[in-house]
Design a protein around this ligand. Structure first.
Ligand SMILES: C[S@@+](CC[C@H](N)C(=O)[O-])C[C@H]1O[C@@H](n2cnc3c(N)ncnc32)[C@H](O)[C@@H]1O
Length: 259
């Protein structure tokens, strides 16, 4: 796999995807968003009852499954990972919403959704698929019904990072601070009407719990051909998080409507 342009690959390399599938095997939400804040998102941006919801890069489908259960939405989740989608299907069955959650294995950059068909279109934590925030909004917009709501999860800088930190994280995307993120949203023709931001504890739960999961996997699979690379990635991920990511990088879900 791999579609490469100037930015990060739109489709992750198979080994990168496998690393995430293993490191996040114990997660339900593949972002620094606590379960309480996922529920808060439903409080501040409730979908219409029994409305339609398209979630691009849905991961394990926790947002769709919860909203199907809580609001009766009919959801379509699109993700590239067979492993994450299998967990999403199991979660939908567990919550009794399998009939309202459709899961599609596809590249969200090229997936053709019905036009103007969904009351909510979301992409939490994968804007690189559209080449960044503005490009992702453009990818999401055609599927949104008139008067609908976009939910986009995106990193932002807490404070301007030193150049070496900015370039170390450049592979993840070109982020702005919160005011700059607002500027990007507005320049794309959207109004920011709400947001739910992760805090340091949310980041720690998302990131630090991957260390244990990956460390356990490495101990159990010393002969796996990917083990040396995955051990090196784990070392680097842990170091980078503690050295600068925890300080400089924020993350939030931004709730948008047409003005
Ligand atoms: C940071 S996770 C977020 C998952 C989910 N939105 C959540 O909040 O739990 C990024 C997701 O993007 C998926 N992904 C990466 N590239 C993709 C692509 N081109 N098309 C569809 N899904 C993609 C990954 O498999 C992963 O599930």
């Amino acid at each position: 796999m791999g579609e490469h342009g100037d930015g990060p690959p739109v489709v992750p390399e198979a080994r990168t995807l496998r690393f995430h599938e293993l490191a996040e095997a114990g997660h339900r939400i593949l972002n620094p968003l606590s379960e309480a804040k996922l529920d808060l998102l439903g409080d501040v941006a409730p979908p219409p009852p029994a409305g339609g919801h398209l979630d691009l890069a849905c991961g394990k489908g926790e947002l769709l499954c919860r909203w199907a259960q809580r609001f009766g939405v009919h959801g379509t989740g699109v993700d590239i990972s067979e492993v994450f989608l299998a967990d999403a299907a199991a979660r939908a069955a567990e919550l009794g919403v399998a009939e309202r959650v459709r899961l599609v294995q596809a590249n969200a950059a090229t997936h053709e959704a019905p036009a103007a068909a969904f009351d909510t279109v979301s992409c939490l934590g994968a804007t690189w698929i559209g080449g960044g925030l503005v490009g992702m909004l453009a990818l999401m917009a055609p599927a949104l019904a008139p008067g609908g709501t976009l939910l986009v999860g995106e990193p932002y800088w807490h404070e301007p990072p030193p150049e070496d930190v900015r370039s170390a994280l450049a592979q993840e995307g070109d982020f702005a601070d919160l005011a700059g993120t607002l500027g990007r949203v507005e320049s794309a023709g959207w109004e920011l009407v709400e947001m739910v931001l992760a805090d340091g504890d949310d980041w720690d739960r998302y990131v630090a719990s991957q260390w244990r999961t990956m460390s356990d996997w490495l101990r159990a699979h010393p002969g796996d051909p990917d083990a040396p690379d995955f051990a090196a990635w784990l070392d680097e991920a842990r170091r980078a998080y503690l050295a600068h990511e925890r300080r400089y990088l924020g993350w939030g879900v931004f709730v948008l409507r047409r003005p």
